[in-house]
Design a binder for this molecule. Sequence first.
Ligand SMILES: NC(=O)c1ccc[n+]([C@@H]2O[C@H](COP(=O)([O-])OP(=O)(O)OC[C@H]3O[C@@H](n4cnc5c(N)ncnc54)[C@H](O)[C@@H]3O)[C@@H](O)[C@H]2O)c1
Length: 415
Amino acid sequence: MGGKGGVGGWERNLAPLSPHTSLSPHLPTLPPPPSSQIAIEYSPQALVWGWAMTSVINVNLPEQSYEIAIAPSSLDRLGQHMASLKLGKKVLLVSNPTIFKHFGKRAIASLTSAGFDVASSTLPPGERYKTLNSIQKLYDVALENRLERSSTMVALGGGVIGDMTGFAAATWLRGINVVQVPTSLLAMVDSAIGGKTGVNHPHGKNLIGAFHQPRLVLIDPEVLKTLPMREFRAGMAEVIKYGVIWDAELFAQLEASKRLDQLRYVKPELIDTILTRSCQAKADVVSKDEKEGGLRAILNYGHTIGHAVESLTGYRSVNHGEAVAIGMVAAGQIAVELGMWQKEDTERQNALIQKAGLPTQLPAGVDIEAIIQALQLDKKVKSGKVRFILPTQIGVVTITDEVPSDIIRHVLRGI
Ligand SMILES: NC(=O)c1ccc[n+]([C@@H]2O[C@H](COP(=O)([O-])OP(=O)(O)OC[C@H]3O[C@@H](n4cnc5c(N)ncnc54)[C@H](O)[C@@H]3O)[C@@H](O)[C@H]2O)c1
């Protein structure tokens, strides 16, 4: 089927994009750093930890711009950073018990020494607790501690804590400040940035939510040292995604690394590059299209089939990053079948996914017809048509809602 439908044929079927979305890559080759928006300062403290630099990336938005600060030991400067934003005195720190045990004390010490009045709350870990019940608990704590319009909720955790804290902050008193302190790789490069917040409905992931931009995203790469290996790999799926959809240079740097499957085997300079370039990619996309009018949808590369796999496996046996990895393999193959992408490029992508220790095959027992059905429930469905993000070369993707179900079936049978 592929080949002759060809790029020309498919381009006619692309979903309309806003005029500024040429969907081509934008970052110059390294060095120098990815964009003029990044300010870099050398920090002696950073060198001690093996991370060469501190980066500040701006997310430029019409209503409220903010910074993503990436610096080793920055957790101990959380209070200072927040004080510089002139936020109200009251802070509610939200975490889960494991993460709180590792980093809660340091975060609270930093906040109190900067003059904040801090309450804290922990929610049980895991995607299955990303529910309105957990949000109710946060509202109760907010009420108990008399959080005001000028108060701030601080999310100290992975994407689950970040999404829930963001949603609670978006809705408490019709919106209070939120600061994101991501602790998983996935949250650092993706979920903490861009203001998408929310919880799951029993019938679908992230169906309840709001856009609510953080006032600050503070990334301390050192906290990754306690992140379980499987979670590190899950974050790498999103990093590889940025390489495919936006930043060919990042893709090349990932290819040049011997290993990507464990933090300790990845050179600190590459971790630095991974964080900086991924955050820059997300900031660039969000700055151009805050509320997903067009371009921002490219961040969903691998997520169309990924979400279906996640929900069909009950959000348990396959985590978000693993599902995205499988989704990228499928999307890459769909693009090849449609004659839009070179086979060699999809093989390069799949090799990176494997190098990161991520799955490239559907988990046993997942029914292909059930995936096709689940696609219809996805948020990305528009007028009954499933939207796919498909690569056309490394660093460039396109959006289409014209993928025939037969092609999806054929591809899924092959992976
Ligand atoms: N808002 C967005 O734009 C966006 C984007 C992508 C994903 N998400 C959401 O993010 C969630 C997935 O996030 P995640 O992968 O971070 O999962 P997660 O929040 O469940 O964290 C994964 C696990 O790692 C643990 N953990 C996190 N940091 C740790 C650390 N430093 N040390 C030890 N343990 C640590 C957590 O306790 C948890 O058990 C999903 O709910 C997904 O929908 C949101």
